[in-house]
Design a protein around this ligand. Sequence first.
Ligand code: ZN
Length: 308
Amino acid sequence: MSVRTWKKIITLFVLLLILTTTATTVFFAVKYSKLNDKYTQIINNENLVDLSDYGIENRDELTELICRIENLDQIKADGSLEYQKQYSSLYVENDFNFVETGDKKICYLTFDDGPAPEVTECVLDILKKYDVKATFFVLYKDGSEERKLYQRMIDEGHTIGVHSASHDYSKIYSSVDAFLADFNRCAAQIEEVIGVKPEIFRFPGGSINSYNESIYQQLIAEMLRRGYTYYDWNVSGNDATGYYMSADDIADQVLSSSGSNRNIVLLHDGRGHDATAEALPAIIEGMMKQGYEFGALDNSVVPICFGY
Ligand code: ZN
């Protein structure tokens, strides 16, 4: 071959190389700028993130999106961290295929801190009367009455999610391992009673709170890695703030803060929450008047998470 031909081949090769590099750079720049847009939106959202607004495509993206973890590679997949080697049964099959519900108005009533026989029975009776399905984020309870209530929740079409065994914030949020130990105890108890693994949960105090600030990213990443979906809330009855709330106050609080297409309502059915049970008929009727249907959460429902 002549020198000219060689020159031509080399020029062509260099051009091709430049083209490929540019294309790759542009591809990743676009991909990351899209993710960055999402981060920015979330960072700027001081209150809540309805993940249905963000078009999440897979678990890694969800994890990255929620946690904004820079060393995600270390945390996410390989299971090499010490706490990732623990609790080998604490996994659920979950592809994170969320079902979008569009403009449909849906209200998910959720009850934390139960079961407490005197309150939870009343709540279940009211839900049954209105044929409304709800979600219970339960505590570990070993009494025979409480065990019956776990079963009744399932028999009547509600969802049980994990809340906590000890509900002791400073203990469970002292490390990822401490959280997993507590979670595992509660999840195992539920599974033993109802015969199926709970797949969703609610962090005591919400996914980020003053107790878990230093570990919440690792914690959320680890729980998502294990296949569990968590739900914060965008409507609250303010029935566990420490201040007295009458049944009317609770109902007013819920109904006046309802408004988005998807309401995830925080209520409590632990001991002493009689006013919440008393408020329930007004809450249900009020939501119906506002045009909401009711649903129980499961891991196909797009989470609403605190924005941070
Ligand atoms: Zn709680």
